[in-house]
Each structure stands twice: as structure tokens, then as C-alpha cells.
Design a binder for this molecule. Structure first.
Ligand SMILES: [Zn+2]
Length: 338
């Protein structure tokens, strides 16, 4: 259990309340009692999600969390947050605010919204106390206007999911479908809501950030050479690699296979293997990707090798298949697929 709310602790709540100063009139304050072992981050995250899903707004951390010694409560951690639309418009948005203020929230999230939220966490009498202060009035934007969400970021949870799915060799369309299913399963049904409904362009952008994590060099060709070469991250999986050399009309041929995939091919691909082609959806350059697929004992298709080719000429594919066979031969497997 990451955190646990403790009910019926009126005495502790009252004693904490008696030590708190008066807050501004518009501030909603509540004192929550949690078990001592509760994870503070989990609790805060859950509360933020609750506010977001309850239509109370999205709050972002303002600066860093502060740890300090409080005169009344001892070691205290304070998180101060404000509405994600709390920033001040600059440049052309500043002009827009003066000329057409009703347009501002549809074009930028810098709406001067004063809504804020803070958490003050400390331990007292063997329990964890959280004093939450919420100034709930949003100004300058309308939480119920879906059109205004067009300037919002995609919710971080969904971004994380897409990043994870994008590690597999799947198409952007596949990721889009998966994202829509995710949104529906999480109870978000308005397809205009940009926070939960992504576009192909968003997916490409997210993919680009994933690629960056793997990228060894800003030049993709150099990057591939480094990844596949001595000491590269893919070295162990590279069956064959021929670098693209356009002036001399040498096509890119890259064959990847893990030892596990090789075993699967040995086991189930004695006679029949399928070549599954996926075009352009995968690579930024529109290179072809082929998977050598076998059917395992459960009737499932298992990709046992991936071929990346820069053109679709018969000779290129023939070379790739010959190199794959050669490599299998070296591992004691005479592959003669029909
Ligand atoms: Zn707001």
C-alpha cells in the first residue's frame, strides 16, 4: 500500500488546526491524517489526479519542494503549486490579451489564473499529516471548455504509455489506436480533449524523443553504424550490417536477431516461415522492414528476425535472406524454408 488515509482522527486534526494560522477567506483548507509509512509522492500524485479528474484543474509544481524546520511542526515538506494556466502571457499573447481576451485561453496556457494548491507534510504523534490549501477559483480560462484544451499538453501518464509502446516495432497508426483505447478505458470520452486524445503528429513527436534516447549521433547514418559496430548497444543482435552508400548505390541492409529469436526460428521455422513486410510506418526514411515470422506451439506468430532494407529490389532482399541463412548455418542450423 503506497499510502493509507486514517479516518476518525479528530483529536489530531483538531490539535493541528489549533496551531494553524488563519488562511485567506477563499482558501479551502483540509487536514488529512495518513499512516506514518505512507509514501508522500504517491499521496500527492493521487490527490492531483483526483482534482484533475474531478474537473478542479491541473496544478503544476511552482519551483522546488521545500524542506525546512517549522517552529510548530518540526521537519516539514512543502509543495506549492499553481494552476497550469497561471503563467503570464508574453509577446503576441500579451497583445492578444489586450485586444481579444476571450481568445487567449484557446491559444496559450499563460492565462494569469490565480488558482493555487499547496501541501504541507509533517509527522506528528506517529502519523503523517498533510495540510492542504486549495484556492479553487480559476480565472481567465474555463475548465469546461474543451476547445481550450487544444493548447494543453498530453497527460503525462499517456505520454509514458506511448513511450513504452513505441519501444516495439509498431506503426504510428497502431500507437494511435492504442492511445484511443487507453483514453476510453480511462473514462475520457471527448475526442476533442487534447489531453487524452493524441494525433499522429503527437505520436511522431513522442517517438522522436524516444529515438533521441537511443541516438548516438545527430547524423542517423553515423548513429546506426555506432549502434551496430564494436561496443554498440545492438552489436549482440546484429546478424549482418551493410551501411547505406547512396553515391555507389549500395543499399542499407541490417539484420537483427536475438539469441532467443534464433532458437525460436530453429524450433518452429524448420520448414515454414513467413516474411511479413511493414513499409514506411516504422522508419523516418521510409525504409522497408521485414519480419521473419514463425508459428509457435500455441499458434502465435513469433518474429524471429528483423530485416531493414533501404530499397525493395529483389536483389537486396535476396542478399538479406542469404546472409541470415549464412548466420544460421554458423550456428549449426541448416535453414531451408519453403
Ligand atoms: Zn486555472
Amino acid at each position: 500500500m503506497p499510502f493509507q488515509l486514517l479516518e476518525d482522527r479528530q483529536a489530531i486534526v483538531a490539535s493541528v488546526e489549533s496551531l494553524l494560522h488563519k488562511d485567506r477567506k477563499d482558501v479551502l483548507r483540509r487536514v488529512v491524517v495518513l499512516s506514518a509509512a505512507s509514501d508522500r509522492d504517491d499521496f500527492v500524485d493521487a490527490r492531483l489526479k483526483e482534482l484533475e479528474n474531478g474537473g478542479k484543474g491541473i496544478f503544476n509544481l511552482l519551483g522546488r519542494r521545500r524542506d525546512r524546520k517549522d517552529r510548530r511542526f518540526g521537519d516539514t515538506m512543502t509543495l506549492e503549486m499553481r494552476c497550469e494556466r497561471g503563467g503570464h502571457p508574453t509577446g503576441r499573447f500579451q497583445r492578444l490579451q489586450m485586444e481579444k481576451p476571450e481568445q487567449l485561453a484557446k491559444q496559450t496556457r499563460t492565462n494569469n489564473c490565480p488558482a493555487y494548491l499547496s501541501f504541507q507534510l509533517f509527522t506528528r504523534e506517529d502519523v503523517l499529516i498533510c495540510v492542504e490549501r486549495l484556492s479553487p477559483t480559476h480565472v481567465g480560462h474555463n475548465l469546461e471548455d474543451v476547445e481550450e484544451y487544444s493548447v494543453c499538453h498530453i497527460t503525462p501518464t499517456l505520454q509514458e504509455c506511448i513511450r513504452y509502446w513505441a519501444e516495439f516495432p509498431v506503426t504510428n497508426q497502431f500507437l494511435l489506436n492504442k492511445s484511443v483505447t487507453w483514453a476510453r478505458n480511462n473514462g475520457h470520452n471527448d475526442a476533442h480533449d487534447r489531453r487524452y486524445y493524441v494525433t499522429i503528429k503527437d505520436i511522431k513527436n513522442i517517438r522522436a524523443t524516444v529515438a533521441k534516447d537511443f541516438q548516438e549521433d545527430p547524423n542517423d547514418a553515423v548513429s546506426v553504424s555506432k549502434l551496430c559496430g564494436e561496443g554498440g548497444a545492438l552489436k549482440e543482435q546484429v546478424v549482418f550490417y551493410q551501411a547505406l552508400d547512396q553515391p555507389n548505390e549500395v543499399p542499407l541492409v541490417l539484420i537483427l536477431q536475438t539469441p532467443w529469436q534464433r532458437e525460436q526460428l530453429k524450433k518452429y521455422g524448420q520448414e515454414v516461415a513467413f516474411l511479413d513486410a511493414t513499409y514506411s510506418g516504422i522508419t523516418a526514411y521510409g525504409f522497408g522492414m521485414y519480419s521473419v515470422v514463425v508459428q509457435n506451439a500455441h499458434g502465435c506468430g513469433v518474429p524471429t528476425a528483423f530485416l531493414f532494407l533501404s530499397d525493395e529490389k529483389e536483389a537486396t532482399l535476396f542478399l538479406a535472406m542469404a546472409k541470415l541463412k549464412e548466420s544460421l548455418q554458423q550456428h549449426g542450423f541448416a535453414w531451408q524454408p519453403r
